[in-house]
Design a protein. Structure first.
Length: 279
């Protein structure tokens, strides 16, 4: 049971949420893990739109099980209510999630209420994450800048693995290199680097980035892919991944996309296993 936190530097647009969507979808299809993804933002519907159409009025079904009703989309509110009563148990959390694949992938969406309420609710994310980690095999956290520095640091410290999301821009890379000088945690073994929306035709190739950063571990990538981007807008990500898993043309850009997502997923699993053995 492990917590994997997806982080980026401030409000930089790195494609972090779409990458966590791709990796957890692929992982839930290929592996027998019970996975929870927690969106910690305020009124952020990016993750929701990848799996469900907006403004649904009926109960829906995931590919392998029923989804909760849209009235439960603010499941964090229900969890927070039980927490106040002192009765929240790890196994209760699943009652407030939305199901993508039954017994494989669940989502705890971001809070959709007022900002003042969010300021109170966000204080409970560290405890909710820790409780979820006792029930799910893997808890993925989409870390939002609105959490604030103190809560962010607490979640990062409690995470088994941190995926540092960067864009394929020199300014993004330089900012992260400076951050590593200031905060030793970002030099630890529990940090994996991920370049999102990767363009292999850019002069900032993975080989050049790795050399420039002096990175000993290979930097992971999620290539930009048109079909994936469209699927995220149309709530069709699970359908896309189930379809593309059959792709065998090694020259096809969709095959390359899926292979890179698989490589990133496998790297996360291997690093977790390696860290667990060393502990």
């Amino acid at each position: 049971m492990s917590v994997i936190t997806f982080w980026n530097n401030g409000k930089e647009q790195t494609g972090k949420t779409l990458s966590i969507t791709a990796i957890t979808t692929q992982m839930s299809i290929e592996h027998n893990y019970k996975i929870l993804v927690i969106s910690t933002g305020h009124k952020d519907t990016t993750l929701d739109r990848c799996f469900w159409e907006e403004k649904r009025k009926k109960k829906n079904r995931g590919l392998f099980g029923p989804n909760t009703d849209t009235a439960m989309e603010d499941g964090i509110v229900g969890i927070e209510t039980i927490m106040r009563s002192g009765k929240l148990q790890p196994e209760n959390i699943t009652n407030y999630t939305k199901i993508v694949f039954k017994d494989r992938l669940e989502i705890l969406p971001s809070f959709k209420g007022e900002k003042l309420e969010y300021e109170e609710i966000k204080q409970n994310y560290p405890e909710i994450i820790n409780l979820a980690n006792k029930y799910y095999d893997l808890v993925f956290v989409d870390l939002d800048a609105e959490l604030g520095e103190a809560i962010t640091e607490q979640i990062l410290q409690n995470s088994n693995l941190v995926i540092a999301n960067l864009s394929q821009r020199l300014v993004s890379i330089n900012k992260f290199m400076k951050l590593r000088e200031e905060q030793p945690m970002f030099n630890s073994k529990k940090i994996l680097l991920l370049i999102n929306r990767y363009d292999k035709f850019s002069k900032y190739t993975i080989k050049n980035i790795t050399r420039y950063m002096g990175e000993k571990n290979k930097v992971l990538t999620i290539p930009y892919n048109t079909l994936f981007f469209e699927a995220c807008e149309e709530a069709k990500v699970p359908d896309l991944f189930l379809r593309l898993r059959r792709s065998i043309d090694e020259e096809d850009r969709n095959y390359i996309f899926i292979q890179e997502v698989k490589r990133a997923s496998d790297a996360i699993i291997y690093r977790l296993q390696d860290l667990a053995m060393k502990m």
